[in-house]
Design a protein. Sequence first.
Lengths: 112, 116
Amino acid sequence: DQQVKQNSPSLSVQEGRISILNCDYTNSMFDYFLWYKKYPAEGPTFLISISSIKDKNEDGRFTVFLNKSAKHLSLHIVPSQPGDSAVYFCAASAAFFMGLTFGEGTQLTVNP
Amino acid sequence: SQTIHQWPATLVQPVGSPLSLECTVEGTSNPNLYWYRQAAGRGLQLLFYSVGIGQISSEVPQNLSASRPQDRQFILSSKKLLLSDSGFYLCAWRPLRGTASSYEQYFGPGTRLTVT
């Protein structure tokens, strides 16, 4: 039962353009959502998060949008840079002390 | 500042051998601790979490166990490894911030386990 889904295994964009990574979830109990960036053979790095009481959160070049009715969230990176090339994971949680449920990740490649 | 350590970084073990992976956190007290596993080409799967010394919650029935003998130490173990235990094992911690608790978890560098 895949409760968090990232349907695009890969995404390729040009440097300077916008990258949009998408994530869908099925569990209505999730109330907090996070995005992580991961390089091979390293632990994930926290990027940005959003509570279910909000629909948008910004941090520099990164913006996360949440559509609760559609059970959908997205990460926008503007402008995209070659250093952004990595695997991006969407994650969700139903309680602050519990573990995170991760999607399968999207490989982002930003071409110079 | 807080840091999280995991060792060993890589491990190759034969089927049927025991396993012990260790995770320690520095610079914080009473963190929530987590073990995840990432199989090749997949997302991260939560294995265990702990909210305090001696308290372990298991998410997935399997060949593994976890223990928390000290506040900032989290150990993942197995008595007999299976081929399917191969993967990238990640420890994470979550800070307690009083009533304004944060959901963000911070990950260690991981251990690459290959069972042969």
